[in-house]
Design a protein around this ligand. Structure first.
Ligand code: GDP
Length: 701
């Protein structure tokens, strides 16, 4: 069966935004206008379509990354099949605790609409997401939402995008009126105004605009044309000669500039008041990439380790990336994947090159906002879901077994916080194990471990809220009864000085002896660099067969640090020398010897405890500034910046996670309930001596 839409008419996009900027409302409107959603659900009524998980509805935040297919014909095009575009909207979460979700969705989408609040403009968290999109080279368009709100200013919001995020921002629209007077959107290409009529603003009508706005618009258009012309020699020549450049030509050059991220067009409107969203969708078609606009996806040949690439073509071998595993109440485990090349037929077998397992694709779906469509075949550029995969987690590659490839992995941060969790009954124990396994397969930043000494179950994640939501899901979705302990910081340890150390494991008593002897170097590495094992042994001082057990012994010894028993990270270990015994040497004896050498080395290497430091942003009314800053300082926090934003103060600070438990309660009482904050993991840092002492003595939770 041939594909229904040529790949040029695909748009795989994400809507990304700071929490509360209006991502959910905008997505709802998009689904409505694209005809997939027949009733507009309002967030505050708890009936949104994308947010199908109970918790999300209750908390009003979006934490899943489902993909939704819908169709769009540009407002200025005639409505017929060959003008229709297929959009796959990849949902991205707004809350910073879930940056892993943002990252994985950025990985599979081709372009993004970034939504801003027309009052607040660029908020620090939008900055974080913007930088991540930069890292992945995602082409973007901006939508300044909430122009109807009191205090909204398109010009100010545009300026904040321009100064804080990118000098490449270019306004392509102006609002017709603002705040209460917001009436429609003026398009700087056609120099025409548009109103959005009907109960849901569904009919886009050209309107007259007042002459002062027309004058203002001429200035903005001038700036826009100048910026676009600078992107193309041909246009630049016409511009310099003051020729009138045709609208379609400007749009074409702007498209090219957006694709190489050298320009970012800025749109405006109000999703809630049903104004402007359709023109943003036109912008998605006009400026955001189709899968062919992007470079071929890169990967490696799992056998040879050679770099290889796959083209977004139906005739290339099949390759896909699983980017989300979700539990669906009706069909069970759903694995969402993006097809990068080739086609996939229902009933076929694929190789998961990451886990090494073969998986059968029994059923495939395309997800729409309120139903799922079963499909027989998926093509390059498609985003689909399948059920019943056994060995496939987020970030795994699925491909044609005859043409194996491993696509670049998605890098997720290590968890920084853990809690102890205890089943209430024997029956709960089993259910808990299963549910935690499922949940950790869905979310790569959520880990389950057992405490080696006590046998207790520990769950670890990226923040208090993250774990709270997981525990909540475990109780609700899986019906597990459990008691939950207090949150614990995931401390780590590291070495600060390079040293040499020796480990000998020699036993001569009774039957067969043991003989293992190694000399190693331990060197500190930069934060986040992880562990590296270097082998510099010469002249067969130790036979090759013992190298793997030596490395294993070192890795095992790193699980339990020398200061307070926390895992050791960020060191390089070099195997320098050693000796062996023809008869007595064994894998075991070398494993023991290297474990001993590592422990000794770390003890001599000026070891320290590391703690997670969080990036904190607090927004408060100015009256409370002194108290809130005082409190942050008393928590060993460092204030980085204090800014005015409208009639609020915004404090940016770095604070150790261990001081931040229950901060929502603290902030509430300090600010009479008027302060808000967001917090995100920044880096690990050495803890001060006095605190280290408290940690060692177990006085800190
Ligand atoms: P999200 O957190 O980014 O998904 O934002 P939501 O879509 O949930 O919107 C947050 C709040 O802003 C909700 O109360 C919305 O009703 C409101 N909101 C969204 N868009 C607009 C808009 O265009 N104008 C106004 N005045 N409010 C809006």
């Amino acid at each position: 069966m041939p594909r229904a839409y040529p790949i040029e008419r695909y748009r795989n996009i994400g809507i990304i935004a700071h929490i509360d900027a209006g991502k959910t409302t905008t997505t709802e409107r998009i689904l409505f206008y694209t005809g997939m959603s027949h009733k507009i659900g309002e967030v505050h009524e708890g009936t949104t379509i994308m947010d199908w998980m109970v918790q999300e509805r209750e908390r009003g935040i979006t934490i899943t990354s489902a993909a939704t297919t819908c169709f769009w014909t540009r407002t200025r095009d005639e409505r017929k099949k060959e003008n229709e575009y297929r959009f796959n909207i990849i949902d991205t979460p707004g809350h910073i605790d879930f940056t892993a979700e943002v990252q994985r969705s950025l990985r599979v989408l081709d372009g993004a609409v970034v939504v801003f609040d027309g009052v607040a403009g660029v908020e620090p968290q939008s900055e974080t997401v913007w930088r991540q999109a930069d890292k992945f080279g995602v082409p973007r368009i901006c939508f300044v939402n909430k122009i109807d709100r009191t205090g909204a200013s398109f010009e100010k919001a545009f300026q904040s995008i321009h100064t804080k995020l990118t000098p490449n921002a270019v306004a392509v629209q102006l609002p017709i009126g603002e705040e209460d007077a917001f009436a429609g959107v003026f398009d700087l290409f056609s120099m025409k105004g548009y109103a959005f009529e009907g109960d849901f603003g569904e009919s886009v009508k050209e309107i007259e605009v007042p002459s002062p706005l027309m004058e203002e618009a001429k200035k903005w258009r001038e700036k826009m044309v100048e910026k676009i012309a600078a992107e193309d020699e041909n246009l630049l020549a016409q511009y310099v000669e003051e020729k009138e450049i045709p609208e379609e030509e400007l749009r074409k050059v702007l498209r090219k500039a957006v694709l190489r991220t050298s320009l970012v067009p800025v749109f405006c409107g109000s999703s809630l008041k049903n104004k402007g969203v359709q023109l943003v969708l036109d912008g998605v078609v006009d400026y955001l990439p189709n899968p062919l606009d992007l470079p071929p996806v890169k990967g490696t040949d799992p056998k040879t380790g050679e770099a290889i690439a796959r083209h977004p073509s139906d005739t290339d071998p099949f390759s896909a990336l699983a980017f989300k595993v979700a539990t669906d109440p009706y069909v069970g485990t759903l694995t969402f994947f993006r097809v990068y090349s080739g086609t996939l037929e229902k009933g076929s077998y694929v190789l998961n090159t990451t886990s090494g397992e073969t998986e059968r694709i029994s059923r495939m779906f395309r997800m729409h906002a309120n139903d799922r469509e079963e499909v027989e075949e998926l093509f390059a550029g498609d985003i689909g879901a399948t059920v019943g995969l056994k060995a496939t987690s987020t970030g795994h590659t699925l491909c044609d077994a005859n043409n194996p490839i491993i696509l670049e992995k998605i890098a997720f941060p290590e968890p920084v916080i853990s809690i102890r969790i205890e089943p209430k009954t024997k029956a709960d124990q089993e259910k808990m194990g299963l549910s935690l396994k499922k949940l950790s397969e869905e979310d790569p930043t959520f880990k389950v471990k057992s405490d080696l000494e006590t046998g207790d179950t520990l769950i670890a994640g990226m923040g208090e809220l993250h774990l709270e939501i997981i525990v909540d899901r475990m109780k609700r979705e899986f019906g597990v009864g459990a008691n939950v302990g207090r949150p614990q910081v995931a401390y780590k340890e590291t070495a600060r000085k390079g040293v040499e150390a020796e480990g000998k494991y020699i036993r001569q008593s009774g039957g067969r002896g043991q003989y293992g002897h190694v000399i190693i170097r331990v060197d500190p590495k930069e934060r986040g660099q992880g562990f590296e094992f270097i082998n510099k042994i010469k002249g067969g001082a130790i036979p090759q067969e013992f190298f793997p057990p030596i490395e294993k012994g070192i890795r095992e010894a790193m699980d339990k640090g020398v200061v307070a028993g926390y895992p050791i990270v960020d060191i390089a270990v070099t195997l320098l020398d050693g000796s062996f015994h023809e008869v007595d040497s064994s894998e075991f004896s070398f494993k023991m010897a290297s474990s001993m050498a590592l422990q000794e080395g770390c003890r001599k290497a000026d070891p320290v405890i590391l703690e997670p430091i969080m990036k904190l942003e607090v927004v408060i009314p100015p009256d409370f500034l002194g108290d809130v800053i005082g409190d942050i300082s008393s928590k060993r926090g460092q204030i980085e910046e204090t800014q005015d934003r409208l009639n609020t103060k915004v404090i940016a600070a770095k604070v150790p996670l261990s001081e931040m438990f229950g901060y929502s309660t603290t902030l509430r009482s300090l600010t009479e309930g008027r302060g808000t904050f967001t917090m995100e993991f920044d880096k690990y840092e050495a803890v001060p001596q006095n605190i280290a002492q408290e940690i060692i003595e177990g006085k800190r939770r």
